[in-house]
Write a protein that binds this ligand. Structure first.
Ligand SMILES: [Zn+2]
Length: 169
């Protein structure tokens, strides 16, 4: 399987969610090939599917594939830490384990364990990639659209100090 075929296959199967017959017709491959690709590309499929889910929540229009690929490129390359307080996804996990961030409401809503996608300027749409950063739930929740990104960076520094303290306790 060439790299080009791999990308086209994943795009049709995961992003555009085409049926086997259509994929076969477009790529001129047999059903047997498709089954094999499906198996061989399990890891890539799951990774892509995951990003598509995040994308869908924010854009509700996964068919705009061009911006999806820009989004994916950004998401794959961005450092996994909160833009404001600097906490990393691994540190968030540690804090949850130490029960330092446990919060019943959060557990019920399944929030807080992962970094969230945040817009530096909430007036800009999500497809403006250079406006996107990752933020922890607490910074994202507190910033709202009351504080500017610059203003909240100062608050984030203090939150970051508290996390560091809790991580070493
Ligand atoms: Zn934060």
């Amino acid at each position: 399987m060439t790299e080009d075929l791999k990308v086209r296959f994943l795009r049709l199967a995961i992003i555009e969610q085409k049926k086997y017959d259509e994929i076969g017709e477009i790529l001129k491959i047999t059903k047997k090939d498709i089954s094999r690709y499906w198996e061989d590309l399990k890891e890539e499929r799951e990774h892509l599917s995951n990003i598509r889910k995040i994308w869908k929540v924010k854009y509700n229009n996964p068919e705009t594939t061009e911006t999806f690929w820009d989004f994916k490129k950004w998401y794959d390359s961005v450092e996994r830490k909160c833009y404001y307080c600097g906490i990393t996804e691994t540190e968030i996990e540690q804090l949850w384990k130490k029960e330092q961030t446990k919060n019943k409401a959060l557990t019920e809503r399944n929030r807080g364990k992962k970094l969230e996608i945040e817009r530096l300027s909430p007036k800009e749409p999500y497809h403006k990639i250079d406006n996107l950063v990752l933020s922890c739930y607490w910074c994202n929740n507190a910033k709202t659209d009351t504080f500017t990104a610059e203003e909240f960076k100062e608050i984030g520094e203090t939150i970051g100090k508290i996390w560091k303290k809790r991580l070493t306790e």
